[in-house]
Write a protein that binds this ligand. Structure first.
Ligand code: HEM
Length: 404
């Protein structure tokens, strides 16, 4: 390894990093853009837009076989296979092509009425709740942000609504607790795999709907799809859109609660909400993803060895002043910002349009009935690991909201 710097030994779970990662990335970009740590399984952390893009655009040198950002890098063959996000070329293109029809414009539009109905009902129940009437705080993450993506995902996968709470708990165990508690992660992984295996064994191509039905029909048409690949793809489709979207929505609501000028602007001019969604995604990009080095490589002047883990925080790329002047300031305008919250290259998010729709509708419905709300406490605790967002968001809503 090259010479040690003061940013080596970083900890992705350091409270300072969780609360304000840009306060670490900013000096890193100048002094040590590529830092190394032995903690939590060992990893390289990148902070510059150019380096993050270079890694994302070179899947031959930087494999997606383990996307986790903590824990030991699994030995080849022992990874969690959730194609296409865990696949490398040449398999990746084939895996991704199989799922693409599920993300077309029509499919996303078809999920909008359910998203709107869900958001509207949740907002109605929040504004008429005893807590709001009594002037007590309401947790906008637990009561709103963490509900909508689970409902939409469950519908997309054509799974029973009665299992929604199970999916929320598995997502939390795997991605939140599991990033530091590897046994909890393994247990959640086994539970999700058993769930989809059981559904696969009781499904027929003609009857099954959702993602599994689509894959079974493709298999019946001759696509060579093993049970393991079908289970892995359903697994990915269950987890990829839940805590990513709820983290993005939680961050947007946190920002609006703390910035009256922005929330009033959007309440007055809802046509700006789609641009605001992109700006929130740029500044609060929730995802950090891992890669595994396949052959020795040099990035930012440091030598990475085959088998090392590299961590790509997409928010660090978005906030790099080399590409965005005044980069960490949120600006809501008629201009639609560009960003890398959905990644770059062959793995760019398949669910981007679905997430954009969910975020737009959730903010429209919230601001229509709750244009005024403030944080009940100046501090929030942020989740870390693969996804960053507020873990809870107690807000005070004036009781007059119930009359709207
Ligand atoms: C705000 C919400 C979301 C964010 C920020 C986000 C972010 C990302 C990122 C950064 C990647 C690339 C990972 C990599 O480079 O290895 C990705 C991949 C992916 N996302 Fe999302 N995502 C979101 C919502 C969704 C939703 C709603 C779905 C629907 C199921 C979804 C499905 C996928 C899939 C299938 C991939 C893998 C694509 C591939 O490997 O070819 N995402 N997402």
């Amino acid at each position: 390894m090259s010479e040690r710097t003061d940013f080596d030994g970083f900890d992705l779970y350091d409270p300072g990093y969780l609360a304000d990662p840009e306060s670490i990335w900013r000096p890193m970009r100048d002094r040590c853009p590529v830092a190394h740590s032995d903690s939590r399984g060992g990893a390289w952390l990148l902070s510059r837009h150019g380096d993050i893009c270079a890694v994302a655009l070179d899947p031959d040198t930087f494999s997606s076989r383990a996307g986790e950002v903590t824990g030991p890098v699994p030995a080849p063959g022992r990874e969690l296979k959730i194609p296409p996000v865990s696949s490398d070329p040449p398999d990746h293109a084939r895996d991704r092509r199989l799922l693409m029809p599920l993300f077309g414009k029509e499919a996303v539009a078809g999920l909008e009425p359910l998203t709107r109905r869900t958001a509207r009902e949740l907002v109605a129940s929040i504004v008429t709740s005893d807590a709001v009437r009594a002037g007590h705080p309401v947790d906008a993450v637990a009561e709103y942000a963490r509900v909508i993506p689970v409902v939409v995902t469950t519908k997309m996968l054509d799974l029973p609504a009665a299992d929604e709470e199970l999916f929320r708990q598995w997502t939390l165990r795997m991605l939140k607790d599991g990033a530091q508690d590897y046994a909890a992660r393994a247990e959640a992984v086994r539970a999700i795999q058993s769930y989809f295996r059981a559904r696969l064994h009781s499904s027929t191509p003609g009857e099954a709907g959702g993602v599994m039905g689509h894959l079974l029909r493709r298999r019946a048409e001759g696509e060579p799809l093993s049970d393991e690949r079908i289970v892995g793809m359903c697994f990915l489709m269950l987890i990829a859109g839940i805590d990513t979207t709820w983290s993005a929505l939680g961050s947007a609501l946190w920002h609006l609660a703390a910035h009256p000028e922005h929330r009033r602007l959007l309440a007055r001019r809802p046509e700006l909400i789609p641009n605001a969604v992109e700006e929130f995604l740029r500044v609060y990009a929730p995802v950090t993803i891992g890669r595994v080095v396949t052959r020795d490589a040099t990035i930012g002047g440091r030598t990475l060895r085959a088998g090392d883990r590299v961590v790509l925080p997409w928010a660090a790329a978005n906030l790099d002043p080399a590409v965005h002047p005044a980069s960490s300031e949120v600006r809501i305008s008629a201009h639609r910002p560009r960003h890398l919250a959905f990644g770059l290259g062959i793995h760019r998010c398949l669910g981007a349009q679905l997430a954009q729709m969910e975020l737009r509708v959730a903010l429209e419905e919230w601001l229509t009935r709750i244009p005024e709300f403030v944080p009940a406490s100046p501090e929030v605790r942020w989740s870390g690991g693969n996804t960053r967002g507020p873990e809870s968001l107690p807000v005070r809503i004036p009781s007059s909201a119930s009359a709207r």
